[in-house]
Design a protein around this ligand. Structure first.
Ligand SMILES: Nc1ncnc2c1ncn2[C@@H]1O[C@H](COP(=O)(O)OP(=O)(O)O)[C@@H](O)[C@H]1O
Ligand SMILES: [Mg+2]
Length: 283
């Protein structure tokens, strides 16, 4: 990494493997490392030679104007897009091209910028789909309710009920998702991602389109997930107040490039970031 330009360097961090934040949270070693990632769609360069890492236990924000390449980056992390150049490292291993379900099995779960739930299904059943990757019994055994399948089903139900309690959505567990207001749909999407018990949770604009109260609720849940389950979180968010409150470190993207990387205070005072992003109004 020594040869990279300053704007591509990693955020300064303590040399030791892990540290404790000012608010007492434990940050560990590097969990995910993106090295010189370039992603093209035909002639469009969505991501240009970007490197950054995500540490165990941290909340890492990705910010930048529309079209900057943020969702594309999340899609590279989740295995949905394969970069033409660069390397993706997860927990010390270089990841080859993988199918999204293989990435999910590694312990990575995500929510989408545009809600992707089954409208006609209940909240409970939507959240259950988040556990599909974890189910071992075959479909036939599941359908016929035999032995191991029944035990597995019960365990899955228990795990899902725990998440429903945690996110305070008991009262809507039987409601079809299509009938819910937007803010609650976003919460159900978070619940479904959590049902996979991920080690790394990817959130693409979890608070977009929410009112102030809904944003506060979602912020609190994100912090609680990180705190209680120790889940590492990477999130894309436009509201700078939210980013400042939630994140340990921030990557700033603009036109597919990385123009800043550091603590919220560091990126807020970075002139490149101010010029490209913070100086202009959003939303
Ligand atoms: N599947 C795709 N096919 C073609 N172009 C894409 C695709 N996904 C993203 N892009 C392009 O890549 C660029 C970055 O998009 P995106 O990652 O969605 O940005 P952001 O999430 O920061 O708004 C845009 O120019 C967008 O049009
Ligand atoms: Mg996006």
């Amino acid at each position: 990494m020594q040869t990279q330009s300053q704007s591509q360097s990693q955020a300064p961090l303590p040399a030791q493997d892990g540290h404790v934040t000012a608010d007492g949270r434990q940050i560990g070693g590097v969990m995910m490392e993106m090295k010189n990632i370039t992603l093209r769609f035909g002639g469009v360069v969505a991501i240009k030679d970007i490197s950054f890492d995500i540490r165990q236990g941290e909340i890492r924000a990705i910010i930048g104007p529309n079209g900057a390449g943020k969702s594309s980056m999340l899609n590279v992390i989740s295995g949905f897009y394969h970069p033409q150049e660069g390397e993706v490292w997860f927990k010390g291993y270089r990841r080859g091209p993988m199918k999204p379900y293989e990435v999910a099995r590694l312990g990575i779960a995500r929510t989408f910028q545009n809600i992707a739930l089954f409208d006609g299904m209940s909240v409970l059943d939507n959240i259950m789909t988040g556990r599909l990757n974890r189910m071992k019994s075959g479909f036939l055994a599941q359908a016929l309710w035999w032995g191991p399948a029944e035990r597995e089903e019960n365990l899955n139900r228990e795990a899902v009920e725990k998440i429903i309690d945690f996110l305070e959505i008991q009262n809507i567990r039987k409601t079809p998702v299509g009938r819910l207001p937007y803010g609650l749909k976003k919460r159900v999407e978070l619940a479904r991602a959590l049902a996979a018990e991920p080690q790394l949770l990817l959130l693409d604009e979890p608070m977009a389109g929410m009112n102030v109260e809904e944003k506060e609720d979602m912020s609190r849940f994100i912090l609680d997930v990180n705190d209680e389950f120790g889940t590492t979180i990477a999130l894309i968010e436009h509201d700078m107040g939210v980013v400042m409150d939630l994140s340990d470190r921030v990557v700033v993207m603009d036109y597919g490039r990385k123009i800043g990387d550091g603590t919220p205070d560091e990126v807020r005072s970075n002139q490149d970031v101010i010029d490209a992003y913070l100086g202009v109004a959003h939303d």
